[in-house]
Design a protein around this ligand. Structure first.
Ligand code: GSH
Length: 263
């Protein structure tokens, strides 16, 4: 090798096998069951449904698939080729928001409040998460220019604060002392703040005693959240593609770059 040759950076890529606590959960749920979750270990949309299943106490099977390779077993369940996808006997469905509600409907332990008005309030704020917090997270992570990153960072903070202003003031969760629907809908992206946004975008954690700080600690301490979370390295590796805004990263990344709604 000539002395002028440049050492090529080894590009990290997404993982196809869970690690840490999430791996133990995968192993515990590897046996055949009526309810089957097709997931990818790095995917926050999957983690929504996975947390709901863990908290439900229902028997389920976790099946790891690579959504970027579009295996037939995934396309048979979700023709859009995205994870999460769920089968229950010979019935199948997809879309994380729909699946969390389905799991809640068939479970005795409820995430959504049972009072119709409180239920509507939770769904309204879950809509804010999908419509504003989630896309802003990816815009922030995929932004390449420093100025754009700063602008997106502020926007992300604003959207999270809007959610927290609608939450129970004491918390630590959205509706008070108990984790519920809205918390599950946003948890995967909140967990990825310290694991992904901090190393790649310099996101600053809030003070521990702030409303946001207490929300983060409460989510991190929840059993269903812990059981579906891999070691930090898995996220660091899996999101490098987004942080470098590499071509062909994913349908989500493409939609963000084209200014379209998320798939
Ligand atoms: N709207 C979908 C989004 C799911 C999604 O984008 N999943 C990603 C993994 S995190 C995926 O399957 N990507 C495959 C691809 O981009 O081709 C949901 O909420 O379930």
């Amino acid at each position: 090798m000539s002395s002028s040759s440049v050492t090529k950076k080894i590009q990290k890529t997404y993982h196809t096998k869970a690690t840490g606590n999430a791996l133990l959960t995968v192993e515990k749920h590897s046996h055949d069951a009526q309810l089957k979750l097709y997931g990818g270990c790095f995917c926050p949309f999957v983690q929504r449904v996975w947390i709901a299943l863990e908290l439900s106490g229902l028997e389920y099977q976790y099946i790891e698939v690579d959504p970027y390779k579009k295996p037939k077993e995934l396309l048979d369940v979700n023709p859009r080729g995205l994870v999460p996808a769920l089968t229950h006997g010979d019935w199948s469905c997809y879309e994380s928001t729909v699946l969390v509600e389905y799991v809640d409907d068939i479970s005795e332990k409820k995430l959504l409040p049972q009072d119709p008005k409180e239920k509507a309030h939770s769904k309204l704020w879950a809509d804010h998460i999908s419509r504003n917090i989630v896309p802003t997270f990816y815009r922030y992570l995929q932004a390449q220019e420093v100025e754009k990153q700063a602008e997106c960072g502020k926007e992300f903070e604003k959207q999270v604060n809007t959610l927290l202003e609608a939450a129970d003031p004491k918390g630590p969760f959205f509706t008070g002392t108990k984790l519920s629907f809205v918390d599950v809908m946003v948890a995967p992206w909140i967990l990825r703040c310290s694991r992904v946004l901090q190393p790649y975008r310099g996101w600053q954690p809030p003070s521990e005693d702030s409303r946001f700080g207490r929300f983060i600690s409460a989510l991190e301490g929840e059993d269903g959240v812990k059981a579906t979370t891999s070691d930090d390295e898995l996220y660091l590796d899996s999101y490098e593609r987004y942080a470098e805004n590499r071509p062909n990263t994913s349908q989500v990344a493409k939609a963000i770059n084209e200014g379209r709604g998320l798939p």
